[in-house]
Ligand binder design. Structure first.
Ligand code: DC
Length: 294
């Protein structure tokens, strides 16, 4: 729902906040997200809005749009909601998911990082990557995700999980059913009682089949490999061709495994980002959530 017909001339930010509040009273705000666009010199409006004891609102947040010098205020419905973002490796979904969480001021969970943390533990402890062996140690693995950090049994392993060995083995580990059971359970627990964006492979199909918003972000393998090559040029000693090969191999494993393979949920919005910038992808998703784009 959008509010954009406010008469602003000669009014203070506080007056405008009052006007908006009157408009909001007419809307079922427990269910609808509301978008308000006003010129950037009315930044204070959002602070005034925050002071109202909104029955039925969670919060206001601001996206400053540098191009048209407007600010947008999102008022999110009181009901918590899940945004599921799935897609293949290196489709940009983590960057997009993080940005969406920032704009809407809600939580974010990188589920791939959890599979990576699990894989890191198994490799470090020299445990063979079989269901039988993993079952024996599963109780010893404690993964915490705090903001951008991944903590395994108290150790910050955020950087280590991006290494080549983990990347090579993570598809194999994530195809094992006990691993998925434990991590899916944990993802549902972490998401309880809040609005949250999760990115992964099976969020819209398995973890949250009833998610309010579902997106499937893809791009050609060549484009994804090129993005990874540019991103990691300095840290990975790999050619574009090697990255492309690895990526294709991971696509095959992730898409063909028996349990929860990577696939688009029927009710997910498909976004092919091959010819789009990440900013354009973010804008498209935000507009769909706001009900402007369908
Ligand atoms: O998104 P990523 O590249 O960090 O994910 C690492 C691996 O984890 C990926 O190969 C597939 C697996 N994964 C999964 O099976 N299910 C998820 N929800 C997230 C990731």
């Amino acid at each position: 729902m959008i509010i954009n017909n406010l008469k602003l001339e000669g009014k203070s930010s506080e007056d405008i906040a009052n006007l908006i509040y009157e408009e909001l009273k007419k809307i079922d705000t427990t269910k609808n997200n509301v978008l308000i666009t006003i010129p950037e010199n009315y930044k204070e409006v959002s602070n005034h809005l925050d002071k109202f004891n909104f029955e039925g609102f969670v919060k206001t947040s601001i996206l400053e749009d540098k191009d048209d010098k407007n600010i947008t205020i999102d008022i999110l419905g009181k009901e918590n909601f899940v945004i599921a973002i799935d897609g293949p490796s290196a489709s940009g979904k983590s960057t997009v998911a993080k940005e969406i969480a920032k704009i809407l001021d809600i939580s974010y969970l990188d589920t791939g990082a959890m599979y990576r943390a699990f894989t890191y533990y198994l490799l470090k402890e020299n445990i063979s990557l079989t269901e039988e062996e993993i079952k024996k140690v599963i109780g010893n693995i404690n993964i915490d995700i705090e903001k951008d950090s991944v903590i395994l049994n108290g150790e910050d392993i955020s950087k280590k999980i991006r290494g080549d060995e983990v990347t090579k083995n993570v598809s194999k580990v994530s195809a094992i059913s006990i691993v998925r059971e434990v991590l899916v359970d944990s993802q549902r627990n972490i998401s309880k009682g809040k609005s949250i964006v999760l990115d992964g492979r099976d969020i819209g199909t398995v973890v949250f089949p009833n998610a309010k918003y579902k997106f499937f972000i893809t791009a050609t393998a060549e484009e994804r490999a090129m993005r990874r090559f540019k991103d990691e040029k300095s840290s990975l000693n790999k050619s574009y061709e090697e990255i492309l090969e690895d990526l294709k191999a991971r696509d095959v494993l992730d898409s063909n495994r028996e349990i929860s393979p990577l696939r688009q949920a029927e009710d997910a919005h498909l976004i092919d980002s091959t010819e789009m910038t990440l900013r354009e992808v973010v804008e498209k998703i935000i507009n769909i959530i706001r009900g402007i784009d369908v």
